[in-house]
Ligand binder design. Structure first.
Ligand code: SF4
Length: 161
């Protein structure tokens, strides 16, 4: 089983409620996917103001002093931390050790996230949920690394990726 960002599986959970279809992902992972949206599991609604990590990365949100703030300046750190913990628990109960997550999200981003300025500027680092998964030994991949994720699951790549 593999943890997957719900929005990659076609759930309308993005901050703006808009569905983005990734049919290749649904085809490749449909039978083994455990979809989770840590932002919604943390109690944030749909739609919701977009958020970014201020003052660091997802790992630094977990230990401080970085915070997650939305574009209105509201601190939503607690929601991100609790949602990540719930999503981790779901994944562990399902036996997942691999995750395929949405790139650049303040929760799910891997290796690159927006820098807190809401200007579209990226910085190096993971989102809050991705950092928590790494700390628990998960292998984490973005949707752009689907082939590597499937190889790590010993699955055959089927269809275009
Ligand atoms: S990127 Fe992660 S937190 Fe954001 S909508 Fe998708 S699943 Fe939810």
């Amino acid at each position: 089983m593999v943890l997957v960002s719900s929005c990659l599986m076609g759930f309308p959970c993005r901050y703006n409620g808009v569905i983005k279809n990734h049919p290749e992902l649904a085809d490749a992972l449909g039978r083994v996917a455990v979809p989770v949206c840590p932002e919604v599991l943390g109690g944030l609604g749909i739609p919701r103001p977009p958020s970014e990590i201020l003052g660091g990365t997802g790992a630094q949100v977990r230990v401080g002093p970085a915070r997650v703030v939305n574009i209105l300046g509201e601190d939503v750190t607690r929601a991100y931390l609790s949602g990540a913990q719930i999503a981790l628990s779901i994944g562990m109960q399902a036996g997942c050790r691999v995750a395929v997550l949405k790139a650049r999200s303040p929760a799910c981003g891997i290796g690159a996230i927006y820098d807190g300025s809401f200007t579209g500027t990226l910085r190096t680092g993971d989102g809050v949920f991705a950092a928590l998964l790494r700390a628990h030994g998960f292998k984490v991949y973005t949707e752009d690394e689907l082939e590597e994720a499937l190889l790590s699951l010993d699955c055959q790549v089927t269809g275009a990726v």
